[in-house]
Each structure stands twice: as C-alpha cells, then as structure tokens.
Design a protein around this ligand. Sequence first.
Ligand SMILES: [Zn+2]
Length: 492
Amino acid sequence: MASNSTLASNGPSETTTYKPRYIDIGINLADPIFRGHYHGKPRHPDDLAGVVQRAIDVGCTKLIVTGSSFKSSRDALKIAQEFPHHVYTTAGIHPCSSSIFSTSHHMHHDESGSESETSPAAATAAAPETAADSASTPIPICADPDPDAPQPEDPSLIDHVRTPQLIASLSNLIDSNRSPKGGLIAFGEFGLDYDRLHYCSRTIQLHSFRAQLSLAASLTPQLPLFLHSRAAHRDFVDCLKEAFGPNLERLEKGGVVHSFTGTLEEMQELMDLGLFIGVNGCSFKTEENCAVVKQIRLDRIMLETDGPWCEVRGGHEGWKYLVKYYAREREAKEKAEAEAKAKADEEARKKKVEEEEEAAKALADVSINGNGTELPTEVEAGDGTPDVSGTSTPNPSGQQQPGQKRERRKKQPQTPPQPKKNKNAKKESEVPERFKVVKKEKWEEGAMVKGRNEPCTIERIAIIVADIKGVSVEEVCEAAWKNTVKVFGVEE
Ligand SMILES: [Zn+2]
C-alpha cells in the first residue's frame, strides 16, 4: 500500500531496509522538564542526555532547539555546547512571551534581555504549545493567566522605551552566538498566536512580531526564520510582507512556519511565498488537519516533535495511520516468516527424499552384489523415522497409526481459554513503543516519561505523513532532511 519502506528495526531483514534520518526542527529541550523539573519541582534526575541519545538511536541525529524567550534562547545555546554536531538553536521571543514589550508587564528575571539576570531553573521558557493539551504540560511557574481573560487591547501599553533595549539585547545574543561562532542557526521562535490572548494581547503581539521582523531583516547576512502562526494568518502574512516585500523577495534565507494547524488555503499561500511547513503531532488532530497535511508538497515539508508538547495521541486522527502502518508491518513480517518456514520445510522434504533414494539404491547394490539378502526391517515396513517436517510422503502401508488418531481426537474439540482482553494493552500493542515508558513518579534510567514528548518520537510523524500522502517513509524523511539542511544549513 502506501509505504514500501520499513523502519530499520521493525523490518524482517535489517540489512536491506532503509535507515531513516531525521532533523527535529522544533524541540524545546531548554524546558526544565527535560532536567526532571515539573511545574518548578524536581521530580526525577536530569535525563537530558538520555533524551538526546534516544533521538540519535532512532536516526534523529540533529535537533534544532527552540529559543522562545531570552532565558530559553540562552539555555538552548548551553545545550548546543553540551551536544556539538547534534544540537543547534534558534533565538527569539514567542508571541506568548511577548508581554515583555508591554508596560503593564511585571518583568521577571528570566525574561530580561540582560545577560547578567538569570534565574534558577525554575521558570518555564514559554507557554505550552497547546493549552488544550496541558494535562501533563509544563506551565509557567508564575501564575498561569486565565484563558478566558484576554489581555486588554490597549496601544498605550506598548513599552516604547524598553522595546529598543530588548531588540538590542536580542541582536547581541544573535551576533555573538550565530553559527559558526555558536550553535545558533535561525531567528525565532516568533510570530502571532491569537488562540492565547490571555498571555499577551493582539496589540502587543503585533508590536513584538514587527520589531523582531525588522531586526531579522537587518541582519547581515540574514538568518532563516522559525515562525509561529495560530489563528492569525492574515496579520501574520501581512507583517511578513511589510518586512520582506510582497513576495518576501527580501527574505534571503527563507523560513518555516512550524507546528502548522491552519487551513488548506493558508498553507498554500505560505508555500506560494516560498515558506516551509513544519509538521508535528498537533498537525494530525482532526480529519481536516490530515487533509491539509496531504497537500503539503514534499519539497516544502519539515518534521518536528515540539516536545515536550504535541505528541500524537490515541484520540487524534493521526493515530489511526500509525495503527494501520504497524498492522501492515506485522502482516509483512508474519508473511515473510511463513515463507521462510515453507522454504525450509520444502528443503527438508527434498533432502529426506534424496536420503531415502540413496538408502534404497545402496540396498539394491547390496542385493545385486550378493553381499547379503536381509532387508532392514524399517525399510520393509515403510518409513519408520519420525516426520520432522510434517510433509513426508504418506505411510505406504496405508494404515492409520494409533498414536496419530488419539492425538487428533485430543486436539479438535478443545478451545483454548481466551485471555481476558485488556483494552489498554491492546491499544499499546497496536502501536509499539520503541522505548519503555514510565510515569514520572516511577522514573528510571533509559525510559521515556509518559506525557513528556521527546524527539525520538519523530518517526511517528514521518510514518503518519507518509501514509496520509500515500508515499514511502523514506521519501518523506529524505525530503524533510534535504529541505532542513538547505534552509538551516546544518551540516550533513
Ligand atoms: Zn510554536
């Protein structure tokens, strides 16, 4: 059907299957959750190295860590130093962190542009990618605003004094850490998010986006952009055009609109502007989402997990594609095993026939030579050797052997007791876990933490995209890899 490729460790023969390679373009490794801190509380040891290793183990050898505030951008750079050649970073102010551009905002240490002000690893870098999915989602330690209480839309709240200072700090951060000096390879995450106006008003978001866009346009050379757009498409595109021209002709390095969940028309407009589309678990929530993913051109796609958020969940439309994929995988494996067994059986049968013929020939020789006249009893009585293969020629005597009959009678009527079906267990086996998954309270070395999405799950994103589009996993992986290398310049 859709996919001819088999992921390396699932296929029957590892030597001939394609080994996928991935670049996770959006992974929030600077989030304290990857150091074992949940909601500001330490719950288990720092396992960031394990998270990175699991990613490498599945072929996700490059991770672009999202910087979405001053703190997370700086923390990301430290992580890049810790894992050279694997971790790269972005730097920018997320729309949900953009209230630092407002006079009404109480400045937290971690949000300051100043290098000297850094808080302990207490505050979370940015708002959760999807507030609706926040069962186990890390939230900012400072009071999480009421989602039903949007920030006031008041232009007089724009902090015109602080804005140039923040932009200068961001500019310095970028200048001193951009590749090859440091691991910084893109400008962002920044953009607009009108789904979460309780973190930051539309007015302030637009101000923040425009201020950062003019910085991005002024960089020499420019950096590719890592963009966020939620329920804000028209304003988003208008701001980009203001900064880079009606066809984004002044955008030198291109960019990606990550975590895409918009409509088909919006996606097509972004592709027409030359932008790339980042796909993660949030892009497969509904049938409509998946219909949009189907139309993303392979030369415009990039893959991401957006961990610790945006995992593919059982209730999502995308999950169905995983179930179908692994059912096909199991079927193919069983078929290959059955074929191998049939082949082995046939060979054993041929060998046996040959042996019998040789034995008969030897006996005939003996008779002819007159060296003996006694035939071995077992040959006379038919084949007395046990039938290992189960495919031997029928008993020449034609007689039913008592043992066989008894055995058949014993087997037939008995239905083996059916094990009680555990619904959850069934669901898990439909989509196998590559690594052990435990609750954070039962954390153990080498295991993933339930509800904390991490980059090793990127193979699920590739599988779902491949199945939705009706192409192979290999085609998706290679296209996304090449697109990402081209735009972000991560070395091959
Ligand atoms: Zn985002």
